[in-house]
Write a protein that binds this ligand. Structure first.
Ligand code: HAM
Length: 420
């Protein structure tokens, strides 16, 4: 128990943190270029926010939330996603009263109690963006372009961007009714979950993973068949803007997202080679959500991308990772009498902006050199008491193996010049 982490969680070890830095820094860069600023949101919120925001018939709210009462008796939920929190922050901080659109991005852990498998975890990490206050279909296209740009910068290929329109409160009831009419004769053959969806959330009938239900759903009406003129025009304009930006996509009329807040544009990005959990990102418009959360009617749009799935995809495509910042210098001590001076040297190197380390296990010089080899610094300083008395140390270039003597008072400059 004490040495097992909870199911569905992962440790990210120092040896693999380079992957995360790379994914996070690249995302920050792309977002900055598209005019998005970072927001840091709480990891837990009042449960009610997610129930209202995501919809109480969604899988996430019904089955997957980590909900508990805090010591004050309030119901708290670990965030299963970032959108509801972003909406809350937009309202609570009066961001709607300033210039629009408000464009923000976030990164961090999310929590869903789902059955863990490759690519599906109970604590996972998303990067995401949300933009509030604009109906412009150009924004729909831009955020898809941003997501695809990000994946491209990460070197990923073979992605499929699937786009749909799920309509608005005007056309949704038409779709709902037509779906119910279509599925009514097959009611008894549907899986138990779909029978319940039929009444509560018929759109999700299109989304069932059960083979039988998929078979029965062939030929079912799609959202695109029922769009009102405004939604149809918006969707056409989004596609036009995607074409302008040169973003490749496929229209998938059967795409329905798992969260209830979507209106108009919905999209998902799929990749092969990472198993059943092939969606590495998804998002869409949510023009009603700000109002649902108690704010003025405000359009919104965003997406979130799963970092664990991006890591799986990069690795399945044989892509390598940039190294973390290497160690600049290892300070070895040739004899015990030199060790106090070596401590000072190490402190001076660090104060000079170098990444420097030493031995802490009382190793022999030979074993220290072996340890240096493992840590792989650019240089090793070898401090011996005799040379120190003459104000010098030996410096070994670890790549070439060459060694030279450097005056102590020039050591920091010498190493700074060669490691920057
Ligand atoms: P979502 O589709 O639920 O959307 O999640 C977005 C992405 O997070 C998925 O495509 C997947 O890559 C990753 N993901 C989701 N669940 C897991 C899991 N259990 N384990 C690993 N990765 C997972 C949202 O979360 C929306 N908030 C996106 C959004 C933002 N829509 C508008 N704005």
């Amino acid at each position: 128990m004490l040495t097992n982490r909870p199911r569905g969680t992962n440790d990210i070890l120092p040896a693999e943190i380079n992957k995360w830095y790379y994914l996070e820094e690249t995302f920050r860069q792309v977002c900055h270029q598209y005019g998005y600023g970072e927001i840091r949101l709480p990891i837990f919120e009042h449960t009610e926010l997610f129930v209202r925001g995501m919809g109480d018939t969604t899988d996430v709210v019904e089955k997957e939330m980590y909900t508990f009462n805090d010591r004050g008796g309030r119901s708290i939920t670990l965030r299963p996603e970032g959108t509801a929190g972003a909406v809350r922050a937009y309202l609570e901080n009066n961001l709607y009263a300033g210039p629009q659109p408000v464009k923000m991005y976030y990164l961090g852990p999310m929590f869903r109690y789902d059955r863990p498998q490759a690519g599906r975890y109970r604590q996972f990490h998303q990067v995401g963006i949300e933009a509030f206050g604009s109906h412009d279909p150009g924004l729909d296209a831009e955020i898809m372009a941003l997501a695809m740009d990000y994946y491209t910068r990460l070197g990923l290929s073979g992605l499929s961007l699937q786009v749909n329109s799920v309509g608005c409160p005007q056309c949704r009831p038409v779709l709902r009714q037509r779906l119910q009419e279509f599925f009514a004769p097959h009611m008894n053959q549907l899986c138990p979950e779909c029978r319940s969806r039929y009444h509560r959330n018929p759109l999700r009938l299109l989304d069932c993973k059960n083979e039988k239900c998929q078979e029965l759903g062939k030929g079912a009406p799609s959202a695109l068949d029922c769009l009102c003129p405004d939604c149809a025009a918006h969707f056409a304009a989004v596609r036009h803007q995607l074409d302008l930006l040169g973003v490749a996509y496929q229209v998938n009329p059967r795409l329905v997202r798992g969260l209830d807040y979507y209106t108009h544009t919905a999209f998902e990005i799929l990749v092969g080679g990472i198993g059943a959990q092939s969606a590495i990102g998804g998002g869409g418009r949510y023009n009603g959500l700000v109002e649902i959360c108690g704010g003025p009617p405000t359009p919104g749009i965003g997406f979130a991308l799963g970092l664990e799935r991006i890591i799986l995809a990069r690795e399945s495509q044989g892509l390598t990772w940039p190294r973390t910042r290497p160690l600049d210098v290892f300070v070895a001590v040739a004899d015990a009498a030199a060790s106090d001076r070596a401590v000072r040297i190490l402190a001076d190197l660090r104060a000079g902006g170098l990444a420097a380390d030493r031995d802490y296990l009382g190793r022999s010089l030979k074993a220290q050199m072996k340890q240096a080899g493992r840590l792989n610094p650019a240089y090793t300083v070898i401090a011996g008491s005799q040379e120190l008395e003459q104000g010098r140390v030996a410096v070994k270039d670890m790549a070439s193996g060459e060694q030279q003597t450097v005056p102590l008072d020039q050591l920091v400059d010498f190493l700074q010049g060669r490691t920057k």
